[in-house]
Design a protein around this ligand. Structure first.
Ligand SMILES: *Cc1c(COP(=O)(O)O)cnc(C)c1O
Length: 390
């Protein structure tokens, strides 16, 4: 191996371990407190985290749960228990998203109505919503909810979406797994955090997410006290108080060990997101390969860049990813196959259609490295390598 090769940096797509190492002592102190507390389910570590997260998002309630999928699923099941949704109701959902968004709908016995996304945002295209509702209701069923997914860190909300949701009386659920900290900027300049835009939001703290636990963890955020109570009960065997079960529930609680980890992460979270935004803005300045397309920088809200997603020409994507890997630049595809084409949904009537933008994205998108321990020089190095691809 030559000296130059030996020195070559490797850039993973994300690097949660490196961030934890920077704050190792803080994490160990938080974990030690839980170890010494003797409380290993529930207790002050969970309560403290729930309070801080609610204050951060601007919602009245946060209920810690086991993971992001459970968070979303418990929201839908909670609405069913409260009689505000019923089995078979339809839910609008972006065609381009992680399968967990769709699973949360189908697990609850609801029916997804996929709506295509835009090349500009890679997120739900609100100009397609009205037509999608009309088509979905042609069989006499009702569209009752909208699951908007702030994918890749970008706020998926606009005035039109809000207006359609109001006109059709839709329950708005936010999939906030990838975008905690992102903000919607209204036309009058006022700002609101994603997670407080709709009726309820599901958060994921999977280790590679912007706020990562050391294992699986999630949360539900809402300002609806009835829903918060229903979700808390469902996640705790369906009990509203000890040994009193109003629902046939589950065990989907947030562990105090994870809550302690998350409280440490939350203290640094704004800095981490600002760093991601700064690094991503350098990609916008320095990526100069005419065959590489970038989504536009969101005027309708902020982007906390969970992933930096660009588009390569479909016929060159595999070759370019190999060339990048050889240069130490790791990439990933979020996601190579749309959820509605997965084998588990092959028999689903709602999945028998095509969503052309999503399908083209699946052939072109590439996630390139962005995470808070990177520095501007790293972005310059990665950009230079991408700019040479032919
Ligand atoms: C990660 C993720 C989820 C699921 O969260 P888990 O904690 O992994 O269960 C849901 N939706 C989206 C968009 C995600 O990225």
């Amino acid at each position: 191996m030559s000296k130059r090769e030996a020195e070559k940096r490797v850039y993973p797509v994300s690097n949660p371990g490196a961030l934890v190492q920077e704050r190792r002592d803080e994490y160990l102190a938080g974990l030690t407190a839980v170890v010494d507390s003797g409380r290993y389910v529930g207790g002050p570590a969970v309560e403290e985290f729930e309070k801080s997260m609610a204050a951060y998002l601007g919602t009245e309630h946060v209920v810690g749960v086991s993971n992001g999928l459970d968070a979303l699923r418990l929201i839908f099941e909670g609405y069913i228990k409260l009689g505000r949704l019923k089995e078979g109701d339809k839910v609008l959902i972006p065609a381009n998203t992680y399968i967990a968004s769709a699973l949360s709908v189908t697990d609850a016995g609801l029916v997804p109505v996929p709506v295509d996304v835009s090349f500009r945002t890679l997120n739900l295209d609100s100009s397609l919503l009205e037509e999608a509702i009309g088509k979905a209701e042609a069989d006499g069923s009702k569209v009752r909810a909208l699951l908007t997914v702030h994918l890749y860190g970008r706020t998926a909300w606009d005035e039109k979406m809000g207006q359609i949701a109001r006109e059709h009386n839709l329950i708005v659920v936010e999939d906030l797994a990838q975008a905690i900290g992102a903000e919607y900027i209204a036309p009058d300049g006022s700002r609101r955090r994603a997670g407080s835009l709709g009726d309820a939001a599901g958060l994921s703290f999977y280790p590679t997410k912007n706020l990562g636990a050391m294992g699986d963890a999630g949360a539900v955020a809402t300002s609806d006290s009835e829903l918060a109570k229903a979700v808390r009960a469902l996640a705790n065997y369906g009990s509203d108080r000890r040994y009193h079960n109003i629902y046939q529930g589950y065990n989907c609680r947030l562990d105090p060990i994870q809550a302690a980890v998350l409280s440490v992460g939350l203290r640094h979270f704004e800095d981490d997101n600002r760093k991601r935004e700064m690094l991503a803005s350098f990609y916008y300045d320095w990526l100069r390969n005419p065959a590489v397309k970038l989504p536009d920088q969101a005027p309708e809200g902020t982007n906390v860049y969970h992933q930096m997603v660009v588009r390569f020409p479909a016929d060159k994507r595999d070759k370019w990813r190999e060339e990048l890997a050889a240069e130490g630049v790791m990439t990933d595809i979020h996601y190579p196959e749309p959820f509605y084409r997965q084998p588990c949904y092959s028999g689903a009537s709602w999945a028998q259609s095509t969503w052309p933008v999503t399908e083209r994205l699946a052939d072109e998108i590439v996630s390139i490295p962005v995470y808070p321990v990177m520095e501007p020089v790293d972005i310059a190095a990665v950009s230079q390598i991408i700019n040479k691809l032919k």
